[in-house]
Write a protein that binds this ligand. Sequence first.
Ligand code: PEP
Ligand code: MN
Length: 264
Amino acid sequence: LGSRQFQPEDTVIELPHTNIGGDNFTMMAGPCSVESEDHVRRMAKVAKAGGATVLRGGAFKPRTSPYSFQGLGEAGLKYLREAADESDMDVITEVMDVPHVDMVGQYTDIFQIGARNMQNFSLLKAVGKTNIAVGLKRGMSATLDDLLNAAEYIASEGNHNIFLIERGIRTFDNKYTRNTFDLAAIPVLRQLTHYPVIADPSHAVGEWDLVTPMANAAVAAGAQGEIVEIHDDPAHALSDGPQALKPKTYLEMTREVFALRKTM
Ligand code: PEP
Ligand code: MN
């Protein structure tokens, strides 16, 4: 269902405040985690000022350690929704478990399926039974065929509002970057599938000062949008502080990215 042979023309996902795919270029930004009502509201305003139309923020966090901050849960979803509405933005947030799909779906415009859940087939089928858009992240050790097959699990249940997110993979050298940004995945996926392809330079590199160059590279490679993490006080962020762009850097990054995109 996801192949170009099956559907030659690009999928365009229509949301209240944004279209994803086709000739559209969509900026998605926000904190890694929803930290408080006030914080996510302020970050929404920053995200919007940089041209983002989708607000990101995790309320259920897939942390490597069970002792790390796990997210605010449903309260976080409420704060995220209110912040997005106030800034006329759409919402993307991660759903981690099948029993949460209905509840998370009441707050979000887009389900994010995280890298660690890319092959959680029951979760893929559960979001596939909804009509809410799905942003599917590439698993950290997933091949592109694995990713496309994961998308097929969603589409085969009836939900075709899917986009793919390249967020970096594990390789033999992740000493200086959190993951290895597989830039070539972007044009390859665009050849193979009609689904929109979005880049996540934040998780791909894991260091804030590498995000802008990789965001620009993703545009040049043909990404149809970006999803980036921002924070006004990265040193005290509850998750992923080292990769968060401060507001000023974020605004510079989006200026560069949109300018580059215009030349294409
Ligand atoms: C996130 O978006 O904060 C996240 C946990 O991403 P990933 O699943 O790509 O690690
Ligand atoms: Mn994160």
